[in-house]
Design a binder for this molecule. Structure first.
Ligand SMILES: Nc1ncnc2c1ncn2[C@@H]1O[C@H](COP(=O)(O)OP(=O)(O)OP(=O)(O)O)[C@@H](O)[C@H]1O
Ligand SMILES: [Mg+2]
Length: 362
């Protein structure tokens, strides 16, 4: 999947820009606050109809304006072109059109124009709670398997209902109904999480080894109570505790995906650069799974390329993504010379855009 051109109107500090992108590496350089990440965010809107930061659409409208519009022309491997337009007005809300036709549901768009983002904001995935990691894997597996997404929705509904019941001393039969619903959905969730983590582990290890030039070894360990006991049994065993706590204390909503380096928890023992390298390895592994699944190379967005990485690791990363397994790439960095030198050393070809006050010059 290639984004050939993008037009951006009144999106954050970008008033009116039309960019023609290279089908390989595109670099956006400029000072802090210039608008580099905003360009990537506009691309994110075309792919997923929302910002890559968790901010409301309204906040993306340029100060003093009423609306924004992002218009992109994509090209498939067979040269077929598709136009995607995402617009938002303060009064009318958001609309998304594919080849001039408006979607009924924005979620129908998801997955057709895949992207993978590496951004400094990802660090929560490592440093924060298990919930962040579950959310990451839920999003990834949902893209690969709609049945997983459906099971997750059923599980969350049943969980909410069971938690409500626990507060009001329900009948045995009622509780058993929800136990049954939870167990059935949890079996699917547990199985798919196990499978995907098994698939992603060697990929992450491979990419991390390349980035670090084999300095460290990393792994992902899936921790779930369901590993040893089916949820139906766990729910019966924890029932007294659940009544006491007034919520469900066993289940896949308590799973964790523990990231390790040299056998120790990355969150506690990894340096900042090691943590960042792990994140990149994970995203590249995600990229590979998505490519295999959709037979379509996602667009790779690398925001703030040098964030926490040393020159050698950035050079290794550029060598990796310059290979034939990767397609179109958009990179931002605030230091043009450093970026150019590293790209030249990696032998990569690229198109350079200078960004200043939301304007681009080539
Ligand atoms: N709704 C908005 N309207 C106008 N300008 C906005 C709006 N939202 C953000 N901005 C401006 O966008 C700029 C930030 O842009 P961006 O995050 O793309 O910078 P950057 O080039 O990536 O910088 P850095 O190198 O620090 O990451 C800031 O100057 C900010 O004031
Ligand atoms: Mg930025």
């Amino acid at each position: 999947m290639i984004l050939d051109t993008i037009s951006i109107l009144n999106f954050k500090n970008i008033r009116d820009q039309r960019l023609t992108l290279s089908e390989r590496i595109n670099c956006f350089v400029g000072d802090n606050g210039a608008g580099k990440t905003n360009i990537l965010d506009a691309v994110h809107y075309l792919s997923l109809a929302k910002s890559m930061h968790t901010i409301p659409d309204k906040q993306c409208v340029c100060h003093g304006e009423e609306s924004f519009l992002v218009d992109g022309v994509f090209r498939h491997d067979d040269n077929r072109q598709e136009q995607v337009v995402c617009s938002y007005t303060n009064r009318g809300g958001k609309t998304l059109k594919r080849n001039g036709k408006e979607y009924d549901k924005l979620s129908d768009h998801v997955g057709h124009f895949p992207i993978v983002v590496v951004s400094p904001a990802d660090s929560a995935l490592i440093s924060d709670s298990a919930e962040e990691r579950r959310r990451y894997f839920n999003r990834l597996i949902s893209q690969l398997d709609h049945a997983y997404m459906a099971a997750l929705i059923r599980y969350n509904i049943a969980l909410q209902e069971r938690n409500k019941l626990l507060k009001i001393n329900p009948s045995e039969e009622m509780l058993l109904i929800y136990d049954g619903m939870l167990s059935a959905a949890a079996d699917i969730i547990y199985r798919r999480r196990s499978e995907i983590i098994e698939q992603i582990r060697p990929l992450v290890a491979h990419y991390y080894a390349t980035l670090s030039e084999e300095r460290e070894e990393v792994d992902i360990e899936y921790r779930s109570e369901l590993l040893t006991t089916p949820l139906a049994e766990l729910l019966i065993a924890s029932r007294r505790r659940d009544f006491f706590n007034e919520h469900t204390t066993s289940g896949v909503h308590r799973d964790d995906m523990v990231l390790t380096i040299g056998g120790h928890q990355l969150r506690k023992f990894g340096s900042q650069g090691q943590q960042k390298s792990f994140l990149i390895a994970l995203k590249l592994a995600e990229y590979t799974l998505l490519t295999e699944h959709t037979k379509n190379k996602p667009i790779l967005l690398l925001d703030d390329l040098f964030d926490k990485l040393d020159m050698r690791r950035v050079a290794q990363l550029l060598r990796l993504v310059d290979g034939e397994k990767f397609g179109q790439i958009l990179i931002t960095d605030c230091n043009k010379h450093r970026l150019q030198r590293t790209l030249d050393e990696a032998g990569a070809e690229y198109r350079l855009f200078h960004i200043s006050n939301g304007c681009s010059t080539q």
